[in-house]
Design a protein around this ligand. Sequence first.
Ligand code: OSB
Ligand code: MG
Length: 389
Amino acid sequence: MRILSIDLIDITLPLVSPFTTSFSTQTSRAPLLVKVTAEHNGREVTGWGECVVLDEPVYSPEYLDGAREVLQRFLIPALYAWQDAGKALTAELVGHVLEHLVGHRMAKAALEMAILDAQLRATDVSFASYFGATVDAVPSGVSVGIQKSIPDLLSAVGDYVDQGYVRIKLKIQQGWDIEPVRAVRERFGDIPLQVDANTAYRLVDAPHLRKLDPFNLLLIEQPLAEDDLRQHALLAREISTPMCLDESIVSAASAADAIAMGAAAIINIKPGRVGGYLEAKRIHDIAVANGVAVWCGGMLETGLGRAANAALAGLPGFTLPGDISASDRFYKQDITEPFRIEDGQIRIPSGAGIGVEPIPAVLAEATTRTVTVAPRRAQTLRRAIAVGK
Ligand code: OSB
Ligand code: MG
């Protein structure tokens, strides 16, 4: 496969309702899409990637403008340089080719996803079969943001329960933790329930977090800071709610460390956060080998990322419902055909690659800018530099 050109497409989609976490309130979502145009055996193919980066570095160090810049200036040129040296490029090589560029995992993940999508479309293989999914639909969980009041929360959760979501995740922070959980348990009984703190607590909060123990939660997600692996291990011994890590797991290596330290009984796998779907699969395999359950997290993906996440979540180690909800959980109008919840499940697309593509008119309407990074330009620039222009 040879890459002919890569477009970085900024889009903005309004959210159906504000999404509040311990780190921010989002009222719209601006993911960066990566469109790869490639040639494979004389045929032109397109591949789509979605960069899950947020506008601001509040969930992870990456942010939208930085991701666009690093893709444009470093990551994509590195792939072109590899190709220009006459070396074949496959999705499986992307991680290796970009390894000398440190960090920027969300940007790398989007690029790898787009190339993998193009490669699988060219060879007529779905994401699900490439990764080894064993089911054709995955149970659908929903992440419920911090609300203004307990009645608002009960009404939001009630709506999701009515729609058939099989697991509810409540965002928590200081001042919005024990009481919301108690209220949801009292109203909705023994539904599968878990909480996500997005790093809002410190180890000294252990006695407070222990008050969640009686509520029989599936897990508590990322109570402490990203770097605090050891402190998560200490906290895990102080509370009975199973410890799940999100922000801390940025690679297969950190997953292996967290498991070895006893910092994670459960892992939330987000392909974007760990540098791509291939690394996500490696984390899945490490977790399975160690008896650690995994589930697929979300970053308010459009249908593109949602399709790929659903395929990954079809792997056998994903034994807990993920944050893979229907498109209308976040968007009135998704950029692909919408994902719907049916009997509590989201169907995994079966077509080649991720199996969905943007609807052209909807994409055009949502697009705020497009930057094309073409190999010719990179070559011309290098030649101009070489002759001192
Ligand atoms: O911590 O899981 C998180 C959304 C944005 C940033 C971080 C998180 C989330 C979610 C998932 O909770 C929302 C979703 O995509 O369903
Ligand atoms: Mg989380």
